[in-house]
Design a protein around this ligand. Structure first.
Ligand code: G6P
Length: 483
């Protein structure tokens, strides 16, 4: 059976917190478990993190943990009766002074004082992920007076976006700062930052993480129109992050759903070019919240993201609150494997005609070139400290499995996100220098991954446990004496 290269991120929630379901999710193919800090309390997330790690260890699997900060989503306050029903043509008002829990058919309070200065007459406002559309007709000192264009039910705390973006709340809230401390306590492998506008927001998140001694790799969620406004904005945000997420929910609301597919492809390519991992998220198997089977359109969406060479595809409510969490992961795994059979998955034009920037990057990419062109190569072994070497390797399209050999438990978990990368615990410094290659290849033989006569590529540095130290590539013939 071929190994699945596209990884699966599954969100953990009430439908998936029991030991039984978590075990089944892992066995069905969950590579990364997402703890969504927009829902649930700290104790619930603590309990889930502990359980996932325990079960993964028992099953001998490596599952990364990703925390997702709530971020500064701008929301309306509350209605007296929890909910109103709006019709096209109704007048409606957002006020920054109206009592917070006394919204009614004409007006609701909004917790965002800059709303009246940020918005102009003619702006379109979208509520509840775009289900309700309004146009600003008049701006007063403390309120926006709007006309409803598309009506529907509107209930407490629904989010608000502006078409074209530009509602600029700072990216990290007090709650996010608390959750960064929680991420540090739980030693999460990844931490996703919601609604970053630009690189500066990611730098701020990184500084707060350092202060809290949080070592998580930072994932920028690309979900604001400003972030994809032009190549400089997107590249700047990617370069300030360790990985990115195409957060299609809010992004589609801001830029319009019609442009989303093109932008998704662009973000995936841009992230890979900068040696960053990328997750494609939101509504991938949405109908599976209530159905055991995905629709054709969902199958096509997941397969296309895999063909675009995303590192991972993500499930949200499907696994957090759906009726078929395990089936959703299994369906995703099956669809990814199917897509990976397509021959375009093996042809790479990555970085052709471009200079490399670092020597370890040069060795990593040379290893992939060799793997794709030298017949008989069955696997790549990257001795790695932080996961960087296999990350760079996995930016290249290839059918070749990349094994991250590392003694660091955090790196073993972290590489679970990278496309086509699998981990094998291994400590080169515990072995005599002259037998490291032999011992590494034997690990693959022992697991039935390679056999006598196969070739294996191995990369490493001159000294062990040195981040950025990779300077050597070896071609090893299995069954021969290797040094
Ligand atoms: C392991 C190897 C070193 C190598 C390093 C690269 O520690 O033993 O020889 O220099 O990995 O780690 P990196 O984090 O840069 O992939």
């Amino acid at each position: 059976m071929s190994l699945r290269r596209t990884k699966i991120v599954a969100t953990i929630g009430p439908a998936s917190s029991s030991p039984e379901v978590l075990e089944q999710l892992i066995l069905a193919g969950m590579d990364v478990a997402r703890l969504n800090f927009s829902h649930g309390n700290a104790d619930e997330h603590r309990a889930r993190a502990v359980l996932i790690r325990e079960i993964a260890a028992r099953l001998n699997c490596h599952v990364a943990l990703l925390g997702d900060l709530q971020g500064p989503k701008i929301r309306i306050a509350r209605f007296i009766d929890k909910k109103i029903e709006l019709q096209a043509g109704d007048p409606f008002c957002f006020s920054i002074t109206h009592p917070r829990d006394a919204g009614n058919q004409q007006v609701v309070c909004i917790d965002y004082p800059d709303l009246v200065t940020d918005c102009r007459v003619g702006d379109e406002l979208l509520l509840d992920d775009g289900r309700i559309v309004m146009q600003v007709e008049r701006v007063s000192a403390d309120a926006l007076h709007c006309l409803v264009l598309v009506g529907g039910p509107l209930s407490d705390h629904k989010g608000i976006n502006r078409r074209g973006g530009g509602l600029t709340a700072p990216a990290l809230t007090e709650k996010d700062k608390q959750d960064i401390r929680l991420a540090a306590e739980l030693d999460l492998d990844y931490l996703a930052v919601s609604f970053p506008r630009d690189a500066a927001d990611m730098h701020l998140a990184r500084r707060l993480c350092q202060e809290a001694q949080c070592n998580s790799w930072l994932v920028a969620k690309i979900e604001r129109a400003e972030a994809v406004m032009n190549d400089e904005a997107l590249d700047g945000l990617i370069s300030a992050s360790d990985a990115v997420m195409v957060a299609r929910g809010d992004l589609a609301v801001e830029i319009g759903d019609a442009e989303l597919v093109g932008i998704q492809k662009k973000i995936i390519a841009a992230a890979r070019k900068q040696n960053k991992a990328v997750i494609t998220a939101t509504q991938m198997m949405e109908s599976m919240i209530h159905s055991p089977m995905p629709t054709r359109a969902e199958v096509s969406d997941v397969a296309n993201a895999a063909l675009d060479y995303t590192d991972a595809v993500m499930l949200s409510a499907e696994t957090a609150a759906g009726e078929y969490p395990v089936q959703a992961v299994a369906a995703m795994a099956r669809v990814c494997l199917g897509a990976e059979k397509n021959p375009i998955m093996r042809r790479s034009g990555h970085r052709i005609g471009q200079q490399f920037e670092r020597w370890d990057e040069s060795i990593a990419l040379a290893a992939m070139y060799t793997a794709n062109h030298f017949p008989g190569v069955k696997a790549i072994i990257a001795l790695t400290e932080s996961g960087y070497t296999p990350l760079v390797m996995s930016r290249i399209r290839s059918p070749m499995p990349i094994y991250a050999f590392t003694s660091s438990p955090q790196t073993q978990a972290r590489v679970a996100l990278f496309r086509g990368v699998y981990t094998i615990p291994f400590d080169p410094s515990a072995i005599a220098n002259s037998t490291v290659s032999q011992a590494a290849v034997e690990e693959l033989v022992k697991r039935g991954i390679v056999e006598t006569g196969d070739w294996v590529i191995l990369t490493k540095g001159d000294s062990y446990h040195t981040v950025g130290g990779t300077n050597t590539m070896k071609l090893l013939h299995v069954g021969h004496i290797l040094s």
